[in-house]
Structure formats: C-alpha cells, structure tokens
Design a protein around this ligand. Sequence first.
Ligand code: AMP
Ligand code: ZN
Length: 104
Amino acid sequence: MNDCIFCKITNKKLPAKIQYEDELCMAFNDIHPKDRIHILVIPKKHIPTIAYLEDGDEKLMGHLIKIAKELAKKNGCPGYRLTFFVGKEGGQEVFHVHLHLIGK
Ligand code: AMP
Ligand code: ZN
C-alpha cells in the first residue's frame, strides 16, 4: 500500500525506532508513547484492520503476540497491556493492523 505509513516503515521509507524485525513482522516504538514502554508490533503484510483477517492469518497473528511477549520481557515489564483498536469507531487511526504493547 503506497499511502500507508506503516508499510512505509516496513519498507524503510519512513524512519522508526525498530525494536525487532523478521520476515513476518516488525516492532517499533510508538511515536506518542502512552507509558514507559509503548511498542507497536505489526505484520509486514498490509491488513487494514482485524476485521480483514482471512483464513490462514492465525499463525501470523499468534506470532505478533509471541513477539510482543518477548519484547515485554526484554524491556523488563512486569505487567503490560496488549491491545488492538479495530475500525474508526473502535479508535483505530492507522489502518494497518498493529498490536500495542504498553507497559511500565
Ligand atoms: P491506533 O490506530 O489508534 O491503534 O494507533 C495508532 C498509533 O500509531 C498511535 O499510538 C500513534 O501514536 C502511532 N503512530 C502514528 N504514526 C506513527 C509513526 N510514524 N511511528 C510510530 N508510531 C506512530
Ligand atoms: Zn500498510
């Protein structure tokens, strides 16, 4: 997606403080952190919202959660929140699926 800011980040056309990257996903610091740790874990594949998930995306989505868990541990978070906002009415602002990892 040419006009998607998170695709631009995965394509390295926009800068981000990258915390993790592999062939399926990327994790980077949220530009407006809500707590000490605020990392977004995103699939490299462009999926606009959770509502657009298709059969076969289960493994990818489980992978995002696993990477978030590992980053929480690496960053010394004793507890944390993992959140998806879904759709405009659900508070979603960037229409490329992202998992918020927010922790103290
Ligand atoms: P939402 O779509 O409401 O789940 O949240 C989008 C999140 O992306 C917000 O927390 C923003 O601060 C964050 N954000 C927007 N643009 C960037 C960017 N260029 N780099 C990092 N985080 C961003
Ligand atoms: Zn995208």
